[in-house]
Structures are given as C-alpha cells and as structure tokens.
Design a binder for this molecule. Structure first.
Ligand code: NDP
Length: 295
C-alpha cells in the first residue's frame, strides 16, 4: 500500500518509521532537511510538496501541532487537497479540534476523499515501541479502512464515534493529564518543604490511591532524576486543555477544574516558552515554592 505521511515531529517521525518498514512510504515535512534525513534513514521517498506526498497514495496521514496547520496545509496549488485523489483516505493523527475536523471532513467528502481523526496517546516512547493508543472518529467504513494502517504504530485502536470524537476523547485525556501534573507537583513541593524525602513521598503515592501516570512514570523518570527531557511540548498540552474546555462548554458541562488547569498551563507556557516540555510545569511550581523535588 502506498502511504503519504506529513509532519515528522517528535511523535510523527517514530510513527512514520513503523510505516516505512511495512510498505511504500512518501514523507513531507515543512523543514525539508528533516524529510530528506528521514527518507535516507528509513528507505522512504521525500516529497517536495504536500501535493506530491499525497499523489498516488491510498492513505495519507497528517501529524501537525494543531488542526489550524492541517487545514492550512490543504490550501493552494501545491497543497494537500490538490494531491488527494477520489477514493483516498486522509487520517489526521494531530491532537486537533473536533469542529475543524468536521469542516475538513465535509470539504473532502465533496471530492470523494474519506476522513478520520485519529489522535494518539503513549508519548514518543510509545510511538517508538509501536504501542500507541489511537482514538478514531469517523464512519464505520472509514474506521475499517484506517485500522490496518493505524496498527502499524498503535496497539489499542478504538473507534469512538463520528468525525471529531477522536479529538474530543484525546483532549479530555490530556486535560486530565494536565490537572494531575499540576496537582502532583503542588502536593510534592509541599511534602518536600515539610521535610519528607521526595522518593519516599512518590513511593507512598504509588502504593496508595493518589497514584497516576504522572506519579508512576513522569515524576520518577523526569523530576526525581532531574533529567527533564523534552518529548512533548507544554505548548501542545496547553492547546489540548483549550480544546477540552471548548468541548465541555459546547456539551453544556461546567468545567471549573479544567478552566483553572488551562489558566495555570497558559501562564506556565508564557513563562517557560514554546519549546519547554510539559513536565517543566512542575519545575515552575518548584521555583515558586523554593524547593527541588529530587532524590
Ligand atoms: P512537534 O512540535 O515536535 O512537531 C510538529 C510537526 O509539525 C513538525 O513536523 C513541524 O515541522 C510541523 N509543523 C509545525 N508547524 C507547521 C506548519 N505551519 N505547516 C506545516 N508543518 C508544520 O510536535 P509533536 O510531533 O510532538 O506533536 C504533533 C501532534 O501530536 C500534536 O498535535 C501533539 O499534541 C500530538 N501528540 C504529541 C505527543 C508527544 O509525546 N510529542 C504525544 C501525543 C500526541 P518542522 O519540522 O518544520 O518544525
């Protein structure tokens, strides 16, 4: 099967690498060097334009920061839409927003191009291992077509409902990650200030009802170790919480927790910049509390 992949970022590149092993892959990236290096390393073809990446492909995958970039990529004589032929399937793995995806799906349906939103969870390590969770929005037939391709990098591939539901699921998931990240950082900062050893506090949490992915994986690997690797930008998590807030609002559900988490993350983004990792939100809590959670 001929597949086109656009967006070789932190998570897109390892996802595309799995697809390169399975069949014929053409990649496109805004920064050309990333695409040519990827192509040389993984035996793929680098396209000069989005249009070229799509032409001849049965399935095209996008993985960009937000839905805004995906929609913009469709435009123009060298844009993605110009290369999509009738019968092609476009799968958007961006953690995007439901409204924009519904608009894109409608626009492409008029050309006989199917669309599914299929954001992923599991981080860069999950992408490298090919064990991502994939949350798919689309009709039944589109899901059936997308599934075998998504299994290249996904382990749990779940069909949530019509177009947009994958994005909604992903936004809620990441909003919960954000709430937890901030709350765990605040709690640990106070415990360490009160004289409790950080490693002991985390160990107790992980043997108790307050444990979470943040306390079990992120804090030991990145905070206690003081490593702070950059794998998932804080700016992208801030964007996800924003999508979740809109989603709750449109669903008529009050969301004061997500509202506050969003405000705190936006402040952290303004202070730490666009390249900071999401876990660095805890670094900001440390800085303000005048304490380091290490050990
Ligand atoms: P990165 O910031 O690492 O990469 C973004 C990619 O989008 C790059 O290929 C970049 O190109 C491209 N891009 C940025 N702006 C534009 C534009 N205006 N036009 C065309 N291409 C553009 O992001 P990630 O790979 O981390 O994330 C991609 C998506 O996956 C996001 O929606 C994110 O929320 C989601 N995600 C990320 C996870 C992670 O752990 N990193 C986990 C789960 C989901 P260039 O190389 O030129 O900068």
């Amino acid at each position: 099967m001929q597949v086109g992949f656009l967006g070789l970022g932190a998570i897109g590149a390892p996802m595309a690498a799995h697809l390169a092993k399975r069949g014929s892959l053409t990649v496109w990236n805004r920064t050309v060097a990333r695409a040519t290096e990827f192509a040389a390393l993984h035996g793929a073809r680098a396209a000069a334009t989005p249009r070229e990446a799509a032409s001849g492909a049965e399935v095209v995958i996008t993985c960009l920061p937000t839905s805004r970039e995906v929609e913009a990529l469709l435009e123009g004589p060298d844009g993605l839409e110009a290369g999509l032929q009738r019968g092609t399937l476009l799968i958007d793995c961006t953690s995007g927003d439901p409204g924009t995806s519904r608009r894109i799906a409608q626009r492409l349906a008029g050309k006989g191009v199917a669309f599914a939103d299929a954001p992923v969870s599991g981080g860069v390590s999950g992408a490298e291992a090919g064990t991502l969770t994939v949350m798919v929005g689309g009709d039944d037939e589109t899901f059936a077509r997308a599934r075998p391709v998504l299994s290249g990098f996904g382990k749990r591939i779940e069909h949530l409902g019509p177009v947009g539901t994958g994005h909604a699921m992903k936004a809620v998931n990441n909003a919960l990650l954000a709430v937890n990240l901030i709350a765990v950082g605040e709690g640990l900062a106070a415990l360490v200030k009160a004289g409790v050893l950080a490693r002991t506090a985390v160990g107790v949490l992980n043997a108790s009802s307050g444990r979470s992915f943040v306390s079990e994986a992120l804090v030991p690997e990145r905070v206690l170790s003081g490593r702070w690797p950059r794998t998932f930008r804080l700016a992208l998590l801030d964007k996800d919480v924003g999508i979740a807030r809109t989603f709750l609002h449109e669903a008529g559900v009050e969301g004061p927790m997500l509202e506050l988490a969003g405000q705190l993350l936006s402040q952290a983004r303004a202070e730490l910049g666009e390249e900071a990792d999401h876990v660095e939100a805890i670094r900001l809590i440390e800085r303000r509390a005048g304490v380091e959670i290490r050990g």
